[in-house]
Each structure stands twice: as C-alpha cells, then as structure tokens.
Ligand binder design. Structure first.
Ligand SMILES: Nc1nc2c(ncn2[C@@H]2O[C@H](COP(=O)(O)OP(=O)(O)O)[C@@H](O)[C@H]2O)c(=O)[nH]1
Ligand SMILES: [Mg+2]
Length: 337
C-alpha cells in the first residue's frame, strides 16, 4: 500500500487548495485516481519471474492483474500467491488476446489508468509511476516506455532487435507522439514496447483485436483513429535471462502480418484489387505476345504462356478476393472498426 503523497511527484496537479484530511482537493483526487489505477501483466509461462514482478509492482500500485495466457507452468498460482488478481485463459491464445482481456477488465472495473508490462521482468517496476503520472494528470492518453529516446537505453537493445523494431516502427501508421517530456512531436520511436500507461479514456476507446504480438502496433493505430494523445518517456529494458518466447524473425513477421491485416481490412479493394489488376493486364500482354509469336512461328513459347496464364488467373483471383473482402467488411463494418 502506498502512502498518500509518498511516491507521487509534485507539481502535476495545481490550482485549488481546499484542504481535506490534510490534503488539497486536487491531491485527494490524485490519490484516489492512483488507488483506482491498475497494472496489467500478460503472462505466458513466466513462473521464474512473475512473483517478483507482481511484488515489485505492488510497491507502486495496489491493483495488479495478471492474465495467465494458458501457461503450462505455475504462473497463475505464483502470481496469485504474490497478491495479484489472476484471470486465466483456458488455453494459450496469444499476447493480443491477453491484452484484450486486460482492457476488458480495466473497463469493467472503471480503472482510472492501466499500466501494462511484461511478465518476464524486462521492465523496471519503479518506472511505472513516471508513466502513470503522464496519464493520471490527463495530459496524455498513452505514455509509452520507450527504449529509443536515450542513447544508453538504446544500447541495451540487441542490434537485431533494434533493426526489427525500426522496420516495424516505419510501417506502423501511428499518429504523432511527443518524444519525451519536453520533446518535439514526431512519429512513435518505440512502437513495440509493451510497457505503457493508458488513461481512462484510452481504456474506454481501445479494443485490441489482434491475437498475437502485433497488438502493440494495433493499439497505436487505434489511438490515431480516436485522436488519443501519445507521449514517449525514456524507459530502461533488460535482456537478462529468458525475455522472449519467439525469435526476432518470427516476431517481426508476426507483427508485419498484423499491420498488413489491418491495411487489408481497411483498404481491401486497394490492397488486393490494384495488384490483381496489374497482374491481370501484365498476363494479358504476355499472352498476346505469345499468341503473335505462335502466329508467326507456329511454335508456342511455353514459358510465356505459363507465366501469362498464371498472372491472368492470379490477378483475377486477387481482384475477386478484394471484392469479396470489401463486401464482407462493409456488411460487418462495426466489427472491424
Ligand atoms: N510471445 C508470447 N507472449 C505472450 C503470450 N501470451 C502472453 N504473453 C506475454 O507477453 C509478454 C511479451 O512477450 P515476449 O515473448 O516477452 O515478447 P518480447 O519481449 O517483445 O520479445 C510477456 O509478458 C509474455 O508472457 C503468447 O502467447 N506469446
Ligand atoms: Mg519479453
């Protein structure tokens, strides 16, 4: 249990000075908000670290929820013993589903803020307060614990991960974020950080749909749609011990898949129709050339006929896929928003 005013950094709440129990009304509101804040941990087979993560988190925030994503180890029991509220998925459904459960629970409990962090102990729990302050003060809707704002944090991240991250950040269509407390607005530098704080408004508006690791990108894409304000704050991250379930290549491909899926569902006609149309006409041109060749020489250029045929058929298939997707998505518009 934290003492009122204990770890609360001063200066975020200003103005009214009505004293209640020795605290100003605004201080009171701040403490109440903090008491209603929630920390959520998606966890899959994290028995080595989960108990210590839960206990360290409780030094800063009382309400800790662990979503045990169908682990086949002792994660759920250890999390509960350490003092967390545990929600169990019957089977492993992916980080995205675990995040969806967290958002649903936070909404149901009317949490004043939700901080998410990984169950593998990669994120330093004492930095929670810093992220929380940014959303509890209603200054921002999402505060991202970013690994790429400061050189020495950046250097902690293995080079191959930085590359994957950079690629994913380039292709994730996010809105502009404030880079650091006094920073300029720019694109989000760390789109894959799972260490974030969400305001109550963000909790109400965002519904993760992505099942796997692409969820962190998807949330930022939704944030842009709902005009939620994002700030990135410097955060440290540790790569000691087992910090990933999936290798970097699979991880990057999985997130890429999510981003493509998003673009696909939003712009299905364009994504499928345009390449389909181009393939179709390219195939036609190759076909016509093959036909003239046959006309002239009496011999079929087999390679050209095959390629032309494949392009025409493939192009048509893509075009039809685009049309069908477009029709389905329009019929169920609300599901894809
Ligand atoms: N990879 C993965 N992580 C999951 C899953 N369900 C929950 N998580 C949790 O999501 C967090 C991030 O996963 P992790 O593999 O550490 O990703 P990374 O640190 O970004 O490489 C961890 O706390 C996992 O325990 C799942 O099905 N797959
Ligand atoms: Mg990890």
């Amino acid at each position: 249990m934290r003492s009122p005013g204990g770890n609360v950094s001063p200066g975020t709440w200003t103005g009214d000075d009505l004293a209640v129990n020795g605290l100003s009304a605004l201080e009171r509101k701040r403490v109440d908000n903090l008491e209603e804040a929630m920390v959520g941990v998606p966890a899959y087979n994290e028995e080595d670290t989960i108990a210590s993560v839960v206990m360290k988190v409780q030094d800063h925030v009382d309400n800790v929820v662990v979503v045990d994503d169908g682990s086949n180890d002792d994660t759920a029991r250890l999390a509960e013993k350490a003092g967390a509220h545990v929600i169990e998925h019957e089977r492993n459904m992916g980080k995205g589903e675990a995040m969806k459960t967290l958002f649903q629970y936070a909404r149901q409990k009317d949490a004043s803020a939700l901080v998410t962090l990984d169950g593998d102990g990669q994120h330093p729990e004492h930095e929670i307060t810093n992220l929380l302050d940014n959303v509890l003060s209603e200054e921002h809707d999402i505060a991202i614990g970013s690994r790429f704002l400061e050189e020495d944090h950046k250097n902690q991240v293995p080079a191959y991960r930085r590359l994957g991250n950079w690629m994913l950040s380039v292709v994730t269509p996010t809105g502009k974020a404030k880079n650091g407390e006094n920073g300029e607005r720019g694109s989000v530098k760390d789109t894959q950080s799972g260490f974030r704080a969400y305001s109550s408004e963000a909790i109400r508006k965002i519904t993760p749909n992505e099942k796997s690791l692409g969820v962190d990108s998807e949330i930022l894409i939704q944030a842009r749609k709902y005009n939620l304000d994002i700030v990135e704050m410097p955060a440290t991250v540790s790569y000691d011990g087992k910090t990933s379930h999936e290798g970097p290549i699979r991880h990057t491909l999985s997130v890429m898949g999510s981003i493509v899926r998003y673009i696909e569902t939003r712009h299905s006609l364009l994504t499928f129709g345009l390449p389909g149309l181009i393939a179709f006409f390219l195939g036609l041109i190759i076909g016509v050339r093959a036909l003239t060749w046959w006309n002239r020489t009496g011999v079929w250029p087999v390679g050209h006929v095959l390629i032309g045929g494949l392009l025409v058929i493939g192009g048509m298939a893509m075009g039809i896929t685009g049309l069908i997707l477009h029709a389905i998505i329009n019929a169920h518009r609300r599901d894809y928003r």
